[in-house]
Design a protein around this ligand. Structure first.
Ligand code: AMP
Ligand code: ZN
Length: 131
């Protein structure tokens, strides 16, 4: 069943600003549907964000109409991994969603992280750590 797509243009979204060219960044990929740029605070030698051009707040907001865009995020990850020489050494792909997922920017983004051995880092917080 196809749902109505309702991804409002966001004037105050940092990633929408990057797409509009209002914030300069290091672009790695641009298409009509998807762009990829360097994370401003990299946690590994390769840390690139791959995002839909249209503002989608989180994975909870994707619709059937976004299927090709979401697929393209992952194909771009594969391409970037090859271009940055980490396809064979390996990498992680991460989409944080919502509070427990630790999502900070409310515009869907796929992190590709690699270029060094990566810690596990996906376990639940200890109860003391939860605010
Ligand atoms: P998340 O915690 O999954 O929502 O990730 C948000 C990511 O966006 C973080 O890794 C930030 O370093 C990154 N980020 C925030 N602002 C910018 C920016 N202007 N350019 C590039 N990356 C950014
Ligand atoms: Zn946005």
């Amino acid at each position: 069943m196809s749902k109505q797509n309702n991804h409002d243009i966001m004037t105050d979204c940092v990633f929408c600003k990057i797409i509009r060219g209002d914030i300069p960044t290091d672009m790695h990929y641009v298409s009509d549907r998807v762009v990829a740029f360097s994370d401003i605070n990299p946690i590994a030698p390769v840390h690139i964000l791959i995002i839909p051009v249209t503002h989608i707040a989180s994975m909870n907001d994707i619709t059937d109409d976004d299927a090709e865009t979401i697929a393209e995020l992952f194909f771009v990850a594969k391409k970037i991994a090859k271009e940055h020489g980490i396809a064979e050494s390996g990498y992680k792909l991460l989409i944080r969603t919502g509070r427990d997922g630790g999502q900070e920017v409310p515009h869907v983004h796929l992190h590709i992280i690699g270029g060094a051995p990566l810690a596990e880092g996906i376990c639940p917080c200890k109860s003391d750590d939860v605010e």
